[in-house]
Design a protein around this ligand. Structure first.
Ligand code: TMP
Ligand code: ASP
Length: 239
């Protein structure tokens, strides 16, 4: 499938049309941003890592009956996907306290949770992705009650598939963010699942192996991203 015309550029991706109006090509960039685009930088190889990690995870989820937008990898940086109309809500699942939850509730990062926590955020950089709940989503018409329930159910199932998958590779899935969209009336997992959108802590050292290295200026971002890719792909493939 050939890339046709440029459609859209986001903070970390470019989208291109293809010959098939139902399909688009997503190209992952090395650009890194944080704090709603206020902090800017780049992590060499990030685009390749995020594309390939997402591909492995999407394939695994499909094997468990979870519909994703992935059709196939085009090359290291590009993925052919179904064209979705994105639901403007980010779905965050948390297995341990970290990040904004630690701040909001004044808890120490790493505090265990008795059960996973699910949160919704409205996708808007200008408003700093405010947290919203079911009532907001339904009142604004961002999703129907059925679509909302489907997102919730899929998000918990995705957690159940991914948590053990990462653990077998020495990584603790602390929390992650998902985006869903509609394709032919069906709720489908879109966007990416990568070290940009997950918190992954090394099981033996507790080291952060994700975008927090960039957000918090911890250094060795590239090394961490490549290490995650190699663990996920199960070998020392070239990057
Ligand atoms: P948070 O603790 O900052 O709310 O982040 C929760 C999870 O969501 C974490 O794994 C990182 C991910 N995330 C994104 O993918 N995009 C974002 O814009 C933010 C703020 C978080
Ligand atoms: N979506 C956030 C931003 O650009 C990045 C993050 O913290 O993950 O700015």
């Amino acid at each position: 499938m050939e890339k046709r015309t440029f459609l859209y550029e986001g903070k970390a991706k470019r989208i291109y049309t293809t010959d098939d109006e139902d399909l688009v090509i997503i190209e992952y960039k090395d650009d890194a941003t944080a704090f709603d685009g206020k902090k800017k930088g780049s992590i060499e190889c990030k685009g390749i890592v995020n594309n390939r990690v997402s591909a492995v995870l999407f394939r695994r989820l499909e094997e468990h009956g979870i519909p994703t937008h992935m059709v196939k990898l085009v090359n290291g940086r590009q993925m052919l996907t179904k064209k979705l109309s994105i639901i403007p809500v980010e779905v965050v699942v948390r297995n341990k306290v970290a990040g904004s939850l630690a701040e909001r509730l004044g808890l120490k990062e790493g505090t265990p949770l008795a059960r996973p926590v699910l949160e919704f955020y409205y996708k808007s950089d200008e408003l700093h992705d405010p947290m919203v709940n079911d009532y907001h989503i339904l009142a604004m018409g961002w999703a129907t009650a059925e679509q909302l329930e489907e997102m919730r159910t899929l998000a918990f199932r995705i957690n159940q598939v991914l948590q053990p998958f990462f653990l077998e590779r020495g990584l603790e899935l602390v929390d992650f963010k998902l985006e869903f969209g509609l394709h032919k009336g069906r709720v489908i997992l879109g966007d990416e699942i990568s070290p940009d959108t997950c918190r992954l802590w090394d099981v033996s050292t507790g080291e952060k192996m994700d975008k927090d290295r960039f957000r918090r200026d911890l250094g060795k971002e590239r090394e961490a991203y490549i290490e995650v890719l190699q663990r996920i792909e199960g070998g020392a493939q070239d990057v």
